[in-house]
Design a protein around this ligand. Structure first.
Ligand SMILES: Cc1cc2nc3c(=O)[nH]c(=O)nc-3n(C[C@H](O)[C@H](O)[C@H](O)COP(=O)(O)OP(=O)(O)OC[C@H]3O[C@@H](n4cnc5c(N)ncnc54)[C@H](O)[C@@H]3O)c2cc1C
Length: 439
C-alpha cells in the first residue's frame, strides 16, 4: 500500500517546558492525536479542550444501536483512549477564537489558553432543514450521544419516525428503527438510497429497506414542517404530498465546525485547508507549522484529487490523521494511509468502500447475487480504478485495494475532468465550487 511518509521540515516541535500542545475537539481524531503524541515519546504539557461535557464516545454506534443498545446513557460507547495517556482535560467548554500569530485560544468561559502547537479536531455538525424559521419539538438531528438519547426517549410504541435523507446515516437509522419495530419512513430527494454510489447499490439498499418494512418516499424534496395542536411536529410537507410524522430525524449531511476560526487567517473551504502533513494553510498559501487540523474538520490534499482537496468525514480518516498528527509533532514524520475507506451496516449487510467513488465517470457491477445481498462495484475514471464498494463481499476488498492503489500511483485519473461531487467525501476542486454531501 502506498503511504505518505514525508519529513516534516518546518514543523514546530513542542518543547517540554512551554505551554505545549493544545488539542481542540476531544473526540475521535483529537484523542488519537493525543494518544499518538504520547506513544511517540512526547512528554510535555498536553491539554484537550472539548465543548461536549461527556467523556469522549464513538459516533458510529449512534445510528446503528440507538434502539438496540441495552442501555443508552452518558457512558455508552465510550472511547477507552481517554484513560490511556496523561493530559489535562477541559470538557464542556468551547474554543471561540484562535490567534494563530500570538498562539493563544480564547474559550467560551472567557479564559485564554496559550499553546506552542494547536491541533484542531472540531469535527462537523449536521445540516438542518432550512424550510422553516424555527423547528417544532420532535425534529432532531443525530450527531451526539445526547441526540441519540433524546431520539430513543421520543420513540414510544406506535410513534411514526420519518427520516429525511437516504445517505448512510439516514439508511442506518432506518435499518435500526425497523429492526426495533418502529413505524419508519425514509424521505429522500433521489430515486434510491445511497444514490451517489450508483443504481445497483441504491436499488439493493432500497430493496432492503422495503423488505424490512421501511416506507421509502423517493424523488421528494422537503418543503416544510407541520405542527400538531400541541405544537410538536405532525408531519412534513414534500414536493409530492404530506408525510405524517411524530418524530423527524434530519440526516442530510454535515458542515465542518469552523465558524470560531473566521478571524484566524486560516483558509476555510469550508473545512480547514491543510497541506499533505495536516498543517493548516494561511491566506498567503503558506502552511502554519504550529497549527494542525485533523479528522472531519480538515480538507486535505490527496493524490486522487490532484490540485484539489478533499474532506473525508469517516472514522478511519479521523483515526489516521489524528495519529499521523501526533506522530508528526513528536517525531517530525508524517505517515497516513493513502486510500480513504469506510464501512456501514444496513439491515445486517456490511458495506465497505475504498478510494473515492465520487470521482468516477463510470461504474461497473462485477459481482451481484441479490439472494445473498452481495454486490461488488468498481468505479472508474477513464481507465483508472478510483474506488470500489462491496456489500457482503469484504473478502474482495484486498485485491481491489491493490488495484486502486496501483492506478492511484500512475496518476492517470488526474487527466480527466472531475465530475460534480455527490454524497460522502466532499471534493474541492480548484475548477468548480464545493457541493455538500447528503449524510
Ligand atoms: C451517527 C453517525 C454514524 C457514523 N457512522 C460511521 C460509520 O459507520 N463509518 C464511518 O467510517 N464513519 C461513521 N461516522 C463518521 C465518524 O464518526 C466521524 O468521521 C468521526 O466521528 C470524526 O471524528 P472527529 O474527531 O474528526 O470529529 P467529531 O467526532 O465530530 O468530534 C469533534 C468534537 O469537537 C467538538 N467541538 C466542536 N467545536 C468545538 C469548539 N469550538 N471547541 C471545543 N470543542 C469543539 C465537538 O463537539 C466534538 O466533540 C458516523 C458519524 C455519525 C454522526
Amino acid at each position: 500500500m502506498t503511504r505518505w511518509s514525508v519529513d516534516a521540515l518546518g514543523t514546530a516541535s513542542p518543547s517540554s517546558s512551554g505551554p505545549g500542545v493544545v488539542i481542540v475537539g476531544a473526540s475521535l481524531s483529537g484523542l488519537r492525536a493525543a494518544r499518538s503524541l504520547r506513544e511517540h515519546g512526547y512528554h510535555g504539557p498536553l491539554r484537550l479542550i472539548g465543548d461536549e461535557a461527556d467523556r469522549p464516545y464513538d459516533r458510529p454506534p449512534l445510528s446503528k444501536k440507538v434502539f438496540s443498545a441495552p442501555v443508552l446513557d452518558d457512558t455508552s460507547f465510550e472511547l477507552a483512549d481517554h484513560q490511556a495517556f496523561p493530559a489535562t482535560w477541559q470538557l464542556g467548554v468551547a474554543a471561540v477564537r484562535l490567534d494563530a500569530q500570538e498562539r493563544h485560544l480564547t474559550l467560551s468561559d472567557g479564559s485564554v489558553v496559550d499553546f506552542e502547537t494547536v491541533v484542531i479536531a472540531t469535527g462537523a455538525r449536521p445540516r438542518r432543514l432550512d424550510t422553516d424559521p424555527s423547528m417544532p419539538e420532535g425534529v432532531l438531528t443525530l450527531r451526539t450521544r445526547s441526540d441519540a438519547v433524546r431520539l430513543r426517549s421520543l420513540m414510544a410504541p406506535k410513534r411514526r419516525l420519518v427520516i429525511v435523507g437516504g445517505g448512510f446515516i439516514g439508511s442506518e437509522l432506518a435499518s435500526a428503527a425497523a429492526e426495533a419495530g418502529h413505524d419508519t419512513t425514509l424521505v429522500m430527494r433521489d430515486a434510491h438510497a445511497l444514490a451517489p454510489y450508483g443504481e445497483a447499490v441504491g436499488s439493493l439498499v432500497s430493496a432492503m429497506h422495503h423488505d424490512a418494512g421501511v416506507r421509502v418516499h423517493s424523488n421528494r424534496h422537503v418543503t416544510g414542517v407541520t405542527r400538531g395542536p400541541s405544537g410538536t411536529v405532525s408531519g412534513l410537507r414534500t414536493s409530492r404530498g404530506w408525510v405524517p410524522a411524530d418524530v423527524v430525524v434530519v440526516a442530510i449531511g454535515a458542515t465542518p465546525n469552523t465558524e470560531w476560526l473566521a478571524e484566524s487567517g486560516l483558509v476555510l473551504d469550508p473545512g480547514i485547508r491543510v497541506d499533505a502533513q495536516g498543517r493548516a494553510l494561511g491566506h498567503d498559501g503558506r502552511h502554519l507549522p504550529h497549527v494542525l487540523a485533523v479528522g472531519d474538520v480538515a480538507s486535505r490534499p490527496h493524490p486522487l484529487v490532484g490540485d484539489g482537496s478533499v474532506s473525508l468525514p469517516h472514522w478511519s480518516n479521523a483515526v489516521e490523521t489524528g495519529t499521523a498528527a501526533g506522530r508528526l509533532l513528536a517525531t517530525g514524520r508524517w505517515s497516513a494511509a493513502s486510500l480513504p475507506s469506510f464501512w456501514s451496516d444496513i439491515h445486517g449487510a456490511r458495506i465497505r468502500s475504498i478510494g473515492l467513488p465520487q470521482l468516477a465517470h463510470t461504474h461497473t457491477v462485477t459481482e451481484r447475487d441479490p439472494d445473498k445481498r452481495r454486490l461488488v462495484v468498481e468505479y472508474r475514471r477513464g481507465h483508472s480504478l478510483v474506488g470500489a464498494l462491496t456489500v457482503n463481499r469484504t473478502s474482495r476488498l484486498a485485491a481491489l485495494h491493490q488495484l486502486v492503489d496501483h492506478d492511484l500511483t500512475t496518476g492517470q485519473h488526474l487527466h480527466e475532468e472531475i465530475p460534480d461531487a455527490h454524497a460522502g467525501p466532499t471534493v474541492h476542486s480548484p475548477h468548480r465550487p464545493h457541493q455538500g454531501p447528503e449524510g
